[in-house]
Design a protein around this ligand. Sequence first.
Ligand code: ZN
Length: 250
Amino acid sequence: MAKKRKTKINKWLKKTFNKWKRTWKKNWKKTWNNIWKTIRGKKKRRSKKRAEEQRIYYLKIFVSVSAVLLFIFFLHSVFNRDSNSIRRPKIHKDYLTVNPYSRSGISLKKVNGIVVHYVANPGSSARENRDYFEGLKDTHETKASSHYIVGLKGEIYQCIPEDEIAYASNSRNKDTISIECCHPDSDGKFSEKTYESLLQLTAWLCDRYSLDEKDVIRHYDVTGKLCPVYYVKHEDAWEDFRKDVKARLQ
Ligand SMILES: [Zn+2]
């Protein structure tokens, strides 16, 4: 009796197994594809999530860096603001090589004035005059230089740092900043653009060194040399310039 039941169970198991095997064989491809699709879907979702996290991470870095830069810019503008908010003119810094003929490197301890000059070479550019000063280290022709040169188009070159002396104003080299100006003609009159840049540069310097228009002088006022010639021959034009400096300082 028991043996009969066992055989019956075995038969049923075999039958079931075969049925399952048949179904599996029939559907294994479909099943595998389903499993693979599920895995891939998960993978896709996961990589999508990772990409999203990465985007947020980079965004956070970008925002942080921008905030830091803005803060530095803010501090810089607060601490470097000119007291009287006179706009700094555009200046091309092109310092001369230190040499005994045009840039001695001797320090300028205190600035008590601004001296205006003319280059006495009609039509020459600021750049050419700057290069002439630079060339003196080789030619040894003379000792000459200037802190600033204002060109025919109003461009400004700086040849010497403000804390070093220039060879421009004789006995006043030791306590003044010098500005050479280009001019189109031999009468030495400055072009409108040169005049405007000279005015802005002078006012900006006066403001920074707590000077006023009376501290702005001509080379002529130091040595009697006809420099800047137009403003020696036209005293009224020189006084007008000083008045313009005063107006810009107010
Ligand atoms: Zn001069």
